[in-house]
Design a protein around this ligand. Structure first.
Ligand SMILES: [Ca+2]
Length: 207
C-alpha cells in the first residue's frame, strides 16, 4: 500500500499541472485582520493535480489563537474518493481537507464549506448518496495555522489520484479571519481582569 501511494505521488508529480489563472482571482480585505480570496477559474483534472496560489498581505501577524480559516470549494466529480485537497501556509505548514473521502458518490464537494466548527468531519461523515455535503471539518484542523504569520503565498492543491472520472473545479474561496470576535474579546478581558485581581490578592496575602 505504501509503495502504491509513493508510486501514485511520483506519477502525479511528473504529470503536467495547471495553475488556476490569476485573472480569475481576487483578494478582498474587509477589515485589517480579515481577507477573502476567491478564484472563479474553471479547470478540469484527472490523475494529476492543479493548484492556486493566493497571496495575502497586511494581516495581523501572528494569527491569533481565535483566528478562523475556512475553505469553500465547488468541484464536480463522478467518483469523489479520487480527490485530495491540501492547503499549504507560507511557512510550509499544511493540512489535508479531504483525502480519498466520499466513496463512489458524485459531487460531494460541490459547494462544501470546510470549517473547524462543522459537526461532522470529512473522515467520519456517513456518506450515503451523491450531492453536496456541507459543512465538513477537514482531515486536520485549520487551527494548525494559528500562531504563524498568515502573510505571503499560500498554495491550495486539488489532487485527483486515479485515472478515469475527472474533476472540474469552478470556484474556490479561502477566508482568513484573524480578528477576535466581540464576545471572545469580552471573555478574554474578563479572564485578564480576574487574573489581575488574583495576582493582587496574592500579593496582599503575602504581605
Ligand atoms: Ca480520476
Amino acid at each position: 500500500m505504501l509503495f502504491c501511494n509513493i508510486f501514485l505521488t511520483l506519477v502525479l508529480f511528473f504529470t503536467f499541472q495547471t495553475y488556476l489563472v490569476e485573472s480569475a482571482e481576487t483578494v478582498t480585505y474587509t477589515a485589517p485582520h480579515t481577507a477573502v480570496y476567491e478564484n472563479t477559474d474553471t479547470a478540469s483534472f484527472d490523475h494529476t493535480y492543479i493548484y492556486c496560489q493566493p497571496t495575502f498581505a497586511g494581516l495581523r501577524s501572528p494569527l491569533s489563537s481565535y483566528a478562523v480559516v475556512t475553505v469553500q470549494v465547488w468541484i464536480t466529480h463522478g467518483y469523489c474518493s479520487d480527490l485530495g485537497l491540501e492547503l499549504d501556509a507560507p511557512n510550509g505548514d499544511n493540512i489535508m481537507l479531504t483525502n480519498r473521502r466520499g466513496g463512489s458518490y458524485s459531487n460531494i464537494f460541490y459547494g462544501t464549506l470546510f470549517t473547524d466548527s462543522a459537526p461532522y468531519s470529512v473522515a467520519n461523515y456517513p456518506y450515503s448518496g451523491s450531492g453536496v455535503v456541507s459543512p465538513l471539518r477537514p482531515e486536520s484542523p485549520f487551527s494548525t495555522f494559528r500562531g504563524h504569520n498568515p502573510n505571503g503565498k499560500w498554495i491550495f492543491y486539488f489532487f485527483d489520484y486515479y485515472a478515469g472520472y475527472p474533476g472540474t473545479v469552478s470556484r474556490t474561496i479561502i477566508t482568513i479571519q484573524g480578528k477576535i470576535s466581540t464576545i471572545l474579546q469580552l471573555i478574554e478581558k474578563i479572564k485578564t481582569n480576574n487574573k489581575s485581581k488574583r495576582k493582587k490578592s496574592t500579593v496582599i496575602t503575602m504581605n
